[in-house]
Design a protein around this ligand. Structure first.
Ligand code: MAN
Length: 542
């Protein structure tokens, strides 16, 4: 059981010198219970009953600081450690007033620079507040110097941003007007182009059609010549007819491909008769020309001695066409294709498997009939005119696209949040580097953060501009860059940029507090405040 001592020596604090945080400090002695701050003094009226600050109960004044906890919120024991949740106020004249947990009262450790927390522990706690205050003031004065100069720069930045914004808005209006004109020009040129392309298309089609017809005529002529040649070849006895037996000598014409070319099958091909003359052969030719192998081809085949290909080999290569092992890259393949084409040009019959039924590949018309003749002058003029119209259209359309891009980036810039007075606008389109031992970190404000290895290698995105991320009331003190390159088995890289007031615009440090989450510190005059609004401590006389 705790004794309820009513020790007024403890209970009542004598004079508390207070530092009034105003331009001129006047030390005023205000009587109040120990551990009570000036702002709460009026709750503790000497001689009057005290109501716990949480309103839970009312006690007589002499139970304040009697080393017995009466109030649940600890408010009756601000100057003793009796309540576990109590808090003790040290005035710390000459430095900053602070609240400490009342459990630290008289624990032998100096928590308050004025030593008031150790009034009964025997610990020696000299008052260091003035010294501390002086040092802090020096630091603050230095900061104030910086802030002063930075704040002047900031005013210039604000003016520049204002001018820049006006210029950009005016430029956007000009660009809008040019865009409209260009759009009209593009539409006019599209009409011109389409008007020129119509006759061009017709003329080209006419030319192509004529070329197709010509090719068909050449093909027909060649086919007739071959038919006549084959007729002579088949007509072994030279009687002007191709007979059943003569036809049967060509086993490749075996209709059902069962290995035996019967008389019946041969008759079927001859249209039911036993022999045909050159006129009747025309119908027969149509039936057999795809299968027919001329005797000269067969002879060439038999003259060659080479190993048959294995049955399961589905590729057909003639000698010299067999690609070398491993060498199956595109270039080599093209070479093989070229050779193949060349051999076909020479009418080399030997491009089928030795063991297989003879196959005669369809001839390539284009090669046989040559290349399409050049356009006639009239068609060429139409093509040239259409081409010119196309180029003019494309060029104007490209100019329109460029202008549109310019306009969009201008709009993006003018609608960005560059701070309450656009003081951060000057950072747009700038980048700031910080080399570390391993990397060069680069901050391009409102765009992105990157990391580039010093020893070479590609740049890694540590995030693209996300949003202002400072605490409420101070949002313009932190920038967040998100969605950088994915971290292996982790999140996408992201960077937090903490801004500080500084005369220079510079990245002062970069760290990676946790894997793939980066922290940058960046100074800029844009964050400098009017030094008059800085810590009131600066304006105190210590
Ligand atoms: C790279 C760098 C590091 C990062 C690792 C994560 O080495 O981007 O900053 O921690 O990747 O794997």
């Amino acid at each position: 059981m705790e004794s309820r001592s009513r020790n007024m020596a403890i209970a009542y604090q004598s004079l508390i010198p207070l530092l009034l945080l105003s331009a001129a400090v006047s030390a005023v002695e205000v009587q109040r219970p120990r551990g009570v701050s000036l702002s709460k003094k009026h709750f503790y009226v000497e001689g009057k009953p005290f109501t716990c600050l949480d309103g839970s109960r009312t006690i007589s004044f002499d139970r304040i600081n009697d080393d017995y906890c009466d109030c649940q919120d600890g408010s009756d024991e601000p100057g003793t450690p009796a309540c576990p949740n109590g808090s003790f106020h040290c005035t710390n004249a000459g430095h900053r007033p602070v609240f400490i947990p009342s459990s630290r009262i008289n624990d032998g450790v100096c928590d308050c620079c004025d030593g008031t927390d150790e009034f009964n522990s025997g610990a020696s706690c000299p008052n260091t507040c003035r010294e501390l205050g002086r040092k802090e003031k020096e630091v603050l004065q230095k900061l104030a110097e910086i802030a002063k100069e930075g704040f002047i720069l900031k005013q210039q930045l604000i003016q520049e941003a204002k001018r820049g914004l006006e210029e950009k808005k005016a430029k956007a209006i000009d660009l809008e007007a040019s865009k409209k004109q260009l759009e009209e020009k593009v539409e006019a040129l599209r009409t011109v182009k389409e008007a020129a392309e119509e006759p061009e298309k017709e003329a080209k089609e006419r030319h192509l059609k004529a070329w197709e017809n010509e090719k068909a005529a050449i093909r027909a002529e060649k086919d007739n010549a071959r038919m006549a040649e084959v007729f002579l070849e088949l007509d072994d006895d030279g009687d002007g007819f191709v007979s059943l037996t003569e036809l049967q000598s060509h086993s490749e014409l075996d209709t059902d491909s069962d290995g035996s070319f019967t008389e019946m099958e041969a008759q079927g091909l001859l249209g039911g008769v036993d022999k045909v003359d050159t006129v009747a052969f025309e119908a027969v030719w149509k039936e057999i020309k795809d299968k027919y192998i001329s005797e000269s081809q067969v002879e060439t085949r038999h003259e060659e001695t080479r190993e048959p290909l294995p049955d399961n080999d589905s590729e057909h290569y003639s000698e010299g066409e067999i690609p070398e092992e491993d060498d199956d890259n595109d270039d080599d393949q093209e070479e093989v294709d070229d050779e193949e084409e060349e051999e076909e040009d020479d009418d080399d019959p030997d491009d089928a498997d030795y063991n297989r039924p003879p196959v005669v590949k369809a001839k390539k018309d284009d090669e046989d009939e040559g290349v399409m003749p050049p356009y006639d002058e009239e068609t060429q003029n139409l093509i040239d005119a259409a081409q010119k119209a196309r180029e003019q259209f494309d060029e104007t359309e490209r100019a329109l696209r460029e202008l549109d891009d310019q306009l969009k980036s201008l709009e993006k810039e003018t609608s960005s949040d560059f701070g309450p007075s656009a003081e951060f606008a000057y950072l747009y389109n700038q980048c700031y580097d910080l080399p570390t031992s391993e990397y060069i970190y680069r901050l391009c404000p409102f765009k992105q953060v990157t990391q580039k290895p010093k020893m070479g290698g590609s740049e890694t995105s540590l995030g693209t501009w996300g949003h202002w991320d400072g605490p409420e009331g101070n949002v313009y003190t932190v920038m967040k860059y998100e969605n950088g390159l994915g971290c292996w088995q982790g999140p996408n890289r992201a960077t937090t940029v903490k801004l500080k007031c500084g005369k220079e615009t510079v990245v002062t440090s970069t760290t990676e507090p946790s894997r793939c989450e980066y922290l940058m510190e960046f100074t800029t005059p844009a964050l400098c405040q009017d030094p008059k609004t800085l810590d009131p401590m600066l304006h105190t006389e210590l």
